[in-house]
Write a new protein. Structure first.
Length: 277
């Protein structure tokens, strides 16, 4: 039976905009393949965006946000309730989505959180006039925030805070970690290593030769090739090395071996002697 739309899209201004809205609505209806906390699926997870905000936001920012949120329950913090309610509404609405591919889909929340965090920092500094610990806490948190931002340069897209640990791909991939941004780095690293060939399948469409790659072959999902193998986090976790969603539970070889090194934040590089695997 033909699906009947609840909206009459014809005749609206800016047709490209409404075409995009319609496409997103259809994508959300059918679901979008994603990876989250060890699971592959297209139905979405209600906890996706809360967890992402917890691990992809600087911890100092979250502490200042919590301080501002605490203020909102007091009479002098009444004005903070409006951004807090709007942030909660955006997050609550997004938690029902079936498109779980990036914290970028709730970016407006950060502007609202920043207002509240700024109020929290201001309150700590104000209290520092009579309580030295408050001023010390404010200085330390603001310094931590600045250091966290500076230390992530230039990998802002793949930023995760300390809660994520050293293997953020255990939590999430896609546009939160791997959007092909490290392919050029990989080409440079392979040249530095003198690699004569590499097995690699990028998670985006790219001309590997233009990035300085040696001769390359696609990744085999079950067995690494002798020599250099590079694995993009999204291709591994979401696409299961090419096996697809119907074989999401089938083990693939990167599940078994630790990488020789990481290239940037999103590509794992392995070296195997012949017969080692």
């Amino acid at each position: 039976m033909e699906r009947v739309s609840l909206f009459n899209w014809s005749g609206l201004p800016a047709p490209e905009l409404w075409s995009g809205v319609r496409q997103v609505m259809e994508d959300n209806r059918t679901g979008h393949l994603a990876y989250f906390l060890g699971e592959n699926g297209a139905e979405g997870w209600w906890s996706f965006f809360p967890v992402l905000l917890a691990v992809k936001t600087p911890l100092a920012f979250l502490v200042l946000f919590a301080a501002g949120l605490w203020m909102s329950f007091k009479p002098e913090g009444r004005a903070l309730r409006t951004p807090a309610l709007f942030a909660a509404a955006i997050l609550g609405f997004s938690m029902s989505a079936r498109i779980n591919i990036g914290v970028r889909h709730v970016l407006p929340v950060y502007a609202l959180m920043a207002m509240i965090a700024a109020a929290g920092a201001s309150r700590l500094i104000e209290r520092g006039r009579t309580r030295r610990w408050a001023l010390t806490a404010a200085i330390l948190l603001l310094a931590w925030q600045a250091a966290s931002s500076a230390s992530s340069h230039p990998d802002y897209l793949a930023y995760f805070n300390e809660l994520a640990g050293g293997e953020p791909e255990r939590i999430v991939v896609d546009s939160d970690l791997d959007w092909g941004q490290d392919i050029h780095r990989l080409g440079q690293r392979l040249r530095a290593l003198g690699a004569r060939s590499v097995a690699f399948t990028p998670s985006i469409t790219a001309s590997l030769a233009s990035h300085g790659f040696p001769p390359h072959t696609p990744n085999d999902p079950f067995q690494p090739s002798p020599g250099w193998n590079a694995v993009a986090a999204t291709y591994w976790k979401v696409h299961r090395m090419g096996l697809g969603k119907d074989n999401a539970g089938v083990p693939v070889w990167p599940d078994r071996f630790p990488p020789t090194e990481r290239v940037g934040r999103s590509i794992l590089l392995y070296y195997f002697d012949r017969g080692e695997t």
